[in-house]
Design a protein around this ligand. Sequence first.
Ligand SMILES: Cc1cc2nc3c(=O)[nH]c(=O)nc-3n(C[C@H](O)[C@H](O)[C@H](O)COP(=O)(O)OP(=O)(O)OC[C@H]3O[C@@H](n4cnc5c(N)ncnc54)[C@H](O)[C@@H]3O)c2cc1C
Length: 481
Amino acid sequence: MAYYIIAVATTKMDIAILGAGPAGLGAAYKLAKRQVAGVTVVEKATAVGGLSSSFPISGIFADFGSHRLHTECRPDILADLQLILGDDLLLRKRRGRIRLQGRWLDFPLRPLNMIKKMPKHMAFGLLFHLLFSKFRKKPTENSSFSDVMMRGVGPGLCRDFYFPYARKIWGLEPEEISSIQALRRVSARSVGALLRRVLSSLGILGKSKAAYFYYPRKGYGQISEKLSVAAEESGATVLLGTEIKKIIRNEPSGFKILLSSGKGTYEINADQIWSTIPLTNLIKLLDLPVPQDVHQSLNLLESRAMILVYLAFNKEKVTDFDTHYFPEEQYSFTRVSEPKNFSGFGPIDKTILCAELPTQVNSKIWNMSDMEIGQSVIASLVIAGVLKGSEIPETQIKRLPNAYPIYKKGFEDAFYLVDHWVGSIEGLVTFGRQGLFAHNNLHHVLEMAYGAVDSLQENGMFDKENWRNHRVSFDKQVVVD
Ligand SMILES: Cc1cc2nc3c(=O)[nH]c(=O)nc-3n(C[C@H](O)[C@H](O)[C@H](O)COP(=O)(O)OP(=O)(O)OC[C@H]3O[C@@H](n4cnc5c(N)ncnc54)[C@H](O)[C@@H]3O)c2cc1C
């Protein structure tokens, strides 16, 4: 295999960005526009977008599960996305529903529908909880997901909704999950917050943000594709299908990155590395002695895997909804989406459904054949009344090893150790969902990317103090559903 060195003569500093998901590409786009550094993005996949990419099934753009750009997106970031996507970034009304005890509740929640459809014991439980919420103990540092949610919404909703959902998503008992998971993952953590959401659907508290979302005409992946094109137009290089073999420290500063692709094995030099790849993988690639405690901590930074089951139908639509939520444990999936209903575009006589099954790599279901997994999902959808028994759709399966970070109690100390050690390596910055082990949305990782670019001074120095301030704000990011 050929071995060569790419030498780029430049007076500017060179920054290598690892990973061409939205975080890496958002940074490449902003950085290349500033023209303060040469930018090379290294991506192992043959397409951009990471978890937020899209691919065609039956002529429809399919995503890795239900993806939408939330209206909570920071205005300057939204303005950039509107600029690069133009008319292709559509504003759409949400249309979802939740399966609860044999009934369907609208999602986003709406007052009349809730009164009609919410099981009465659950509604009274919420009201009772609201009346006595003042007297409940505040969660402490040692609290769990269970403590935060029990205090916030009470035992009824926890038992019937949040706890079974949590068990499915993270594969842990609610008592084993860190309180941070509740703070980062659940936006409606109290009866008051829930009620505000419901009332906002009436427009009483202003226009409801939750009722709408942005979605690109050609699938969620179009955001990353356009960011990639815009970054390249400003001078960045995006290397796809490129594996990182090793990262070696150059003396006195900078890095040598050994790469492998269809072109052979080669190396690039970078003054700084901005990594958005999984933190644990990054550490394995570093040709540096890893302290024992950091090494041990890596085992506590686990990710939940996900199986995505795509069912293709030769008909216009299965339902009118974009997403169906299944909190109950009798269903192996947490959500089922109909991608065509996200954009409203696609072939007239075809549609697909996508079911999301959180699991572990090498679990029983992970190792089942595609046909077996497909059949079990179809059978459950028939029970839920989404499909008729006579329908036999074509099935495609995708397996994601790193879908969600698992915040098991105690992960905080492990993350702190790993993050501090990586942060102490001069010239190395990590961000993005996988780089900061953060359960967040695309607009959040773009905030991280923009924060990193904001921390790069004109002279090429990375302003650590400024970055620390940005990092504090990332800790307040809460996933929007
Ligand atoms: C089921 C599901 C539903 C979601 N729904 C939404 C939603 O509705 N709205 C929303 O905004 N967000 C949603 N998200 C979150 C969103 O997908 C992520 O926040 C976003 O994609 C994170 O971007 P990132 O660039 O940080 O990481 P990623 O998207 O994970 O990208 C990381 C990139 O690094 C690459 N990489 C990894 N290892 C290496 C290596 N060794 N060498 C080179 N490259 C490497 C990967 O191939 C990937 O391209 C959802 C996520 C999931 C799993």
